[in-house]
Design a protein around this ligand. Structure first.
Ligand code: FEO
Length: 168
């Protein structure tokens, strides 16, 4: 496959792997700080990010490239509040959306229309990922920082209702 396309897909392997690691760190913080529902949501999200990473790994190799499994930087271990943590989730998802858009742009430049077509799944996925984080922040605004018990109890139901979880 085109070397520039292979390189940017490998960059995305690293970014999806880091997303998985970041959400795992957030899940762990939530679990030890009394938010078991939030932790469950983030554990599931972390698994989904690993599946995103695997999609890139398998696609690169299928197309005759070589997927490189990267070292990852260590995510933050402490978060101030649940709200600020989800603000970070949204910021990170926006970063990932920009990153996916750069892949699309490079595919067009390199005339790799097969990969451009393949990566469209992620373009759509990012609409959902940003919407999910936004919906959670809206709910948190309603709940207020002092009353997170019900939010924590109900966050997984949000996912089940399709408002809190992306399909892998
Ligand atoms: Fe893999 Fe949350 O984007």
């Amino acid at each position: 496959m085109n070397k520039n396309v292979e390189d940017i897909l490998n960059r995305q392997v690293e970014r999806e792997a880091y997303s998985s690691s970041l959400y795992l760190a957030m899940a762990s913080w939530s679990e030890v700080n009394g938010f078991p529902g939030v932790a469950d949501w983030l554990y599931v999200q972390s698994d989904e990010e690993r599946l995103h990473m695997l999609k890139f790994v398998k696609y690169i190799n299928e197309r005759g490239g070589h997927a490189i499994i990267p070292a990852l930087k260590k995510p933050e271990t402490e978060y101030k509040t649940v709200k600020s943590m989800f603000q970070e989730v949204l910021k990170h998802e926006r970063f990932i959306t920009a990153s996916i858009n750069e892949i699309v742009a490079l595919c067009v430049k390199e005339k790799d229309f097969t990969t451009q077509n393949w990566v469209q799944w992620f373009v759509n996925e990012q609409i959902e990922e940003e919407a999910n984080a936004t919906k959670i922040l809206d709910k948190l605004k309603l709940a207020g920082e002092g009353n997170l018990y019900l939010f924590d109890r109900d966050i997984m139901a949000l996912r089940a209702a399709g408002a809190g979880g992306a399909k892998a």
